[in-house]
Design a protein around this ligand. Sequence first.
Ligand SMILES: C[S@@+](CC[C@H](N)C(=O)[O-])C[C@H]1O[C@@H](n2cnc3c(N)ncnc32)[C@H](O)[C@@H]1O
Length: 302
Amino acid sequence: MSERQTKSFLMQRLREIGVEPASRHGQNFLIDLNLVQMIVDSAELDRRDVVLEVGTGTGSLTAMMAQQAAQVVTVEIDGHLYELASEQLLEFDNVTMLHTDALKNKNHFNPEVLDTLGGRLAAVPDSRLKLVANLPYNVATPILSNLLSCEHTPHSMVATIQKEVAERIVAQPWTKDYSALSVWMQAQCDCEIVRVMAPSVFWPRPKVDSAIIRIVVNEEKRNSIPDPTYFHQFVRSIFLHRRKFLRANVVAAMKKHLNKEQVDQLMDEMDFGPDTRTEQLAVETLLAFTEKVRAVAPAWKL
Ligand SMILES: C[S@@+](CC[C@H](N)C(=O)[O-])C[C@H]1O[C@@H](n2cnc3c(N)ncnc32)[C@H](O)[C@@H]1O
């Protein structure tokens, strides 16, 4: 199908079932099928793979993945789209559709989704979990970030997200996009932008550019983080004002747990001068610094 045919098919089917794409659910459908294929190819699926798709939409990406993966678990919040996709996906016995919100809240996946994934992962020999999705942009960051902290470690994540978020994920120190998200992702994964996409490849058009991002979990990197929750929270709190001096950020983040002299002592041990800024610290340096802080303030929690 051409882009125009895909768009008119979509418009007609959605009109038949009385659906207007809702911006609150990030309903921007990818109508360039070459790009849908690029997402599938970037995921390098095979019969060991259990795919999690957040946002079934009309099921076009789901159907392509079902032909290559062992299992696809696909989650859709919108009842009309869930029903439409159920018709499209009838022929696939390796697709499990869930009509629910993929997230329980900002920091956690929906347990129903995790339980279903757990069942499918246990049933497939040598299984690997991959997230592959054209993500709803309003929840793209929590979906990617929370999957890294949940009980099923993903092998990789290939997703369409806002270009701005993709740039933050791959950003390097001293750049405007370097943030807690960059550190959290790069500390555990190898991240690359596969393709930048203009609004015109979606219907309806989003207001911003998009990108396909490929994030591959790196076990060696992950194993080098002794306490991921502590690291995540510490990085988030010192990056709240990333352009400020590091000392002020650490003093504010650790108040009641470290006094200023203790912070100065830890900064000295790391050879950080008084004018060191949070935004200049490389991921490995932040990890080493977190471990020093954790040794002195192990009970700290936000
Ligand atoms: C960008 S569209 C992608 C649809 C389809 N996969 C495609 O490629 O065209 C995002 C989809 O996610 C659904 N969605 C939005 N928020 C969701 C959530 N929290 N949990 C599950 N699905 C959600 C929307 O209803 C929409 O169908």
